[in-house]
Write a protein that binds this ligand. Sequence first.
Ligand code: PLP
Length: 372
Amino acid sequence: MSEKLIPFFDYPSIFKRYESEFVNIFCDVGTRGAYILQKDLAEFEENLARFLGVKHAVGVADGTNALIVGLQSCGIADGDEVIIASHTYVATAAAIKSCGATPILADIGHDNLICPKSVEQKITDKTKAIMPTQLNGRCSNMDRICSLASEYGLDVFEDSAQALGAKFKGKNAGTFGRFGTFSFYPAKVLGCFGDGGAIVTNDHETAAKIRLLRDHGRNENGEVVDWGTNNRLDNLQAAFLNFRLKNYHEDMKHRRDVASIYDLAFRGHPSIYPPCGPSDGDHYDVYQNYEMAAENRNELIQYLDSFNIKSIVQWAGTPLHQFESLGFENENHLELQRTNWFFERCLMLPLNMSVTLDDARVVAKKVLDFYS
Ligand SMILES: *Cc1c(COP(=O)(O)O)cnc(C)c1O
């Protein structure tokens, strides 16, 4: 193990990258005593909305609560069904469940994202919305999702926790439907130093409802005009995020450059199924993760590990329908064919701001060595 360690994710590096700037921000916010619902949060919400080209952005506690508040603001409740991708974080489904509604799983397509054909098969008279997960920093084909939704009279919501800055036909992930959500968990493309999240919407009424829901139902005068709870993004985290958002273009470029090295090495290989390219057709991908499928996946992971290269399988290797405790019906096991195929082969290679282009070349070479 004399090789240089290439960790899957290096948490201390987030702080070290801009240490003095972060310390200055902390001193500034602390000196002002500006902790809850202060100007740094308002500025971040404005900057995030401008970055995404959307009318409203509202900071909330985290990406899971962003989903819950978004669903509540649209009246999703008991008896409703919301269709989601089978390859997503448990939070996507749990948010629906916590509103009293039922998450319905659709299979993934060859882009590893929700498959519109499978969505159509899952629509019933209880279906209220389609909520694709814009996974790994790639936006689904929203033309097909949105036209299905309008054909059946459904809402579109987006779990874009992993896709800040990803685009489809020049439009940002999170801005296609009634609301979209983001997570600022430290390892996310735009991370803070703890939990954080946001909801974005172009709908004025939905935005107003979300603002009430996240702060005890209180309006600008402090009067309680609705039921709500505490679901606020810390002002201090917002201040850090504001700074990081300014440099975010640089981050997206680096992620895409690393992905291009992997893509160039793997495309056309008989045993490796790389994800779609950094800019294929209508898509602009930001690579929250570089997730691919590969034959002999478990042996490949061990081989890379023997060279000190750390790769992992998303969701610890288990898609939602395979967690017995969640109670997804048996039939899903058979229907979700592509998901089942993918989870026997998928893994994620190191791709983040501390992975250099040279690191990526080393990783790509070791992957190719494994098969030769
Ligand atoms: C991270 C993530 C969430 C949840 O975000 P938190 O901020 O951790 O609550 C939801 N959905 C997806 C797809 C995610 O990757």
